[in-house]
Ligand binder design. Sequence first.
Ligand code: SF4
Ligand code: SF4
Length: 329
Amino acid sequence: MNCETIDCLMKCQYLSFADIAEAREEKLKINDGKDSRVLEQCLTCYACQEYCPYDNNPFYLLVERQEEKGILPAPKPIIEEQLRMMAPKGRITKQAVSGPVVDMCAFPMLTGCVRGKLFEGASTIVGMDVFCNIMWLHFAKNSTIRQRVPQMIDNIMSFYLADSGTNELVCFHDECYGTYTSVADAYGVEVPFKPIHQFDYINQRLNDLADAVKPINAKIVYQRPCSNRLVPRTDQVLDEIFEKIRAQRVPRKYDRENALCCGGVPRAHQRDELADELVEKNIKDMLSVGATYCVFNCPFCMATLGQEVAEQGLMPILVSDLVQIALGE
Ligand code: SF4
Ligand code: SF4
């Protein structure tokens, strides 16, 4: 009510407001449960979570209102299909793991990334029964988050961590870390283990492996994913990682607080024209700074943009794989 800047809406890259007064009017409508064009037009980029200087969770509230009012960001059949496809499968069995335990979420195809000196001795857990379920923020389904996340946490504990000798869970994807920190905190979900962000883990390992680092000495562009908006502290940790391996994160228009959606979510929402526009703007910006690598943290961003950037001469690569190169592997 007393906010002077209405940063959550004034900084939005996808909606525009004539002035702060108009943004305030729309924000108050959202707060009061009234109709607002923001609920219809939002790209679900998560960025307003980061823009709010008071940690007031504007995006989580926006999703809550979308669901209450049945304002769906994607066609209903798409959402229904996703809900079935991404549902827990109930096929989980107990597996002996030991630390570091790395949560690969719903990406079994990436478990091979957990290798070498960087992840020495690590175990991985993966599958739909440990899926973090944060993606429902893109589909106006807070109720699914509330329903499924406690079940996932219970699965992680009872099938893996309880007998593992560790209470720490390294989250390979910052969607998971965002779920078990920011979302859990805002939604009142108890998390009995200690989530560790992949960047914090890698940064610490690079301290231990400092003698093995062969500087990359290359320019990179970084595609910052939507879920990193929920945990902006970790973007500075990523800078520390790049510094340690001598990868120069070249400043560009669409990085950091001004990061642009990869286009994957509007594509999933069937907003193809918008998705095409975002991809074009982003890649043009990447190419303008003369980098060698396009670095991703989010596998979904990499699936969306990887081939496009490769065709333009940039090498698409995950953060962990770039670090593996610097470790000579
Ligand atoms: S989620 Fe993104 S598009 Fe939606 S209101 Fe927030 S900043 Fe704007
Ligand atoms: S959510 Fe944050 S930025 Fe938006 S009006 Fe409230 S205090 Fe201001």
